[in-house]
Design a protein around this ligand. Structure first.
Ligand code: SF4
Length: 438
């Protein structure tokens, strides 16, 4: 069988559009730390597709979109892009196709808007790529490529080990492993929770294989779990924590506040190398959470937030608390309220973003129906730092300015150092309690 060539391109890094915010970000160490980490993660989705590619295909993985030397060398180029860079991805796809290269587009944005993507591609993949990838490549070889593949269900019991071997390991400071896909909750602004898949977990034996593949290339790695909500399924949560605890890894993941209810799990996490949990508290104002998810789950849990943060951190596990600004209940008082809440809670790290209507989300549909989108389909504004809609209880300008001043207050060097010092105290207290057998 003739050797074929496949190029995978990830377009992931996001640029903050606002000049003022960009300038401010450059001076705020706490803010750029996490930004750097996120921008340097490889695309697990594309590495997973590579694992589902038959052996007579040669595969390369690129993160830059430098198109020099790309045209004509590949039987097919597959591009996955975040919403904020989708117009760049379409432009690249158009140029490659004009040179005769076949292009496949996929990922979250394309899955939400396949009609928009279709004119820029020879084929678009909707939903989970693994479900259709082998069929797509076989159709391509047979000259019968269809315009659209998926959505089709895919069970993580059929998952394969991502092709970590395609990465130049020196470029990364952490690698990703997925242990669960989707989320049982349905926050209105969340594009990740259901768009690709209903919530499902990966079998522990497969997670072990993936972990060992990472360790084979990087003996003491820092791992970021590429999950939407790792500990939503409690039996799975314990299995993941115990499994990671068997290896010399440090790791990070995203989850929800219910983890604070499970002391045994917190103990396992503390012993397993878990460095930090990122938790979406979403708002310090309870009324903003009332209609956030259909079960009012975050609304009901809101009064326990501060105790939960303190409890998790008492195990020596840092909490990175995420807050979204621009809910319909938010007025200009929300910025000071958020700053005070973060201080009082003792959070070791904090992440703030502006409520963003990503395509395919309930929030986008709501704001479009209410005529509140500032410019529909301006996807380059989906950066999480640009205002895309008319807020209800303040002006666009008040939201932008309040957000900037909250950023300054939360991320300036002294405040970042204060949070780190507080957390170091938690770690010391736990260590001392351990020594004294407490
Ligand atoms: S808890 Fe997080 S992952 Fe789950 S739906 Fe809400 S925002 Fe999305």
């Amino acid at each position: 069988m003739r050797t074929r060539r496949l190029l995978l391109i990830a377009m992931s890094g996001v640029r903050v559009r606002s000049e003022e915010l960009r300038r401010l970000g450059m001076t705020l160490p706490g803010f750029i730390e996490r930004g750097r980490v996120v921008a340097s993660l490889p695309s697990l989705g594309l590495l997973t597709l590579a694992a589902h590619t038959p052996p007579h295909w040669e595969v390369e993985y690129h993160e830059c979109d430098d198109e020099r030397d790309l045209a004509g060398r590949w039987d097919v180029v597959a591009i996955s892009s975040l919403s904020a860079r989708i117009h760049e991805a379409y432009g690249l796809a158009d140029r490659l196709r004009a040179d005769g290269t076949k292009v496949v587009l996929g990922g979250l944005h394309v899955s939400a808007l396949p009609d928009e993507a279709e004119p820029h591609a020879d084929a678009v993949v909707v939903g989970q790529g693994e479900a259709v990838w082998e069929e797509l490549l076989s159709d391509l070889e047979a000259g019968r490529l269809r315009r659209r593949y998926g959505p089709r269900p895919f069970s993580l019991t059929r998952a394969r080990v991502p092709r970590y071997d395609l990465l130049d390991i020196r470029r990364y400071n952490r690698l990703t492993i997925q242990t669960a896909r989707g989320c049982p909750l349905d926050c209105t602004f969340c594009g990740a929770s259901r768009l690709l898949s209903a919530f499902q977990v990966k079998p522990a034996a497969q997670i072990r294989r993936e972990l060992e593949a990472v360790l084979a290339r990087w003996p003491r790695p820092f791992i970021e779990l590429a999950d939407d909500n790792t500990f939503a399924h409690k039996r799975h949560a314990h299995a993941v924590a115990r499994l990671l605890g068997e290896y010399p890894v440090r790791w990070f993941t995203e989850t929800d506040i219910s983890i604070a209810d499970d002391d045994a799990l917190l103990e396992e996490l503390a012993e397993s190398g878990c460095a930090q949990l990122l938790i979406g508290f979403e708002s310090t104002r309870r009324a903003s959470l009332h209609d956030l998810d259909s079960r009012r789950w975050k609304y009901d849990r809101h009064p326990r937030t501060i105790n939960a943060i303190r409890k998790i951190q008492s195990y020596g596990i840092s909490v990175n608390g995420c807050f979204v600004l621009g809910f319909d209940e938010d007025d200009p008082g929300i910025f000071e309220e958020t700053r005070d809440f973060v201080r009082e809670s003792g959070l070791s790290q904090v992440q703030i973003t502006i409520r963003t209507p990503f395509p395919g989300t309930a929030l986008y549909r709501q704001l479009a129906a209410e005529g509140r989108l500032l410019s529909p389909a301006a996807w380059d504004r989906c950066t999480l730092f640009d205002v895309m809609f008319e807020p209800k209880r303040m002006s666009v300008r008040e939201l932008e300015e309040g957000f900037r001043s909250l950023m300054s207050a939360l991320y300036e060097a002294r405040e970042t150092a204060r949070r780190k010092a507080l957390f170091r105290r938690c770690v010391r207290a736990r260590r001392d309690a351990g020594r004294s057998g407490g």
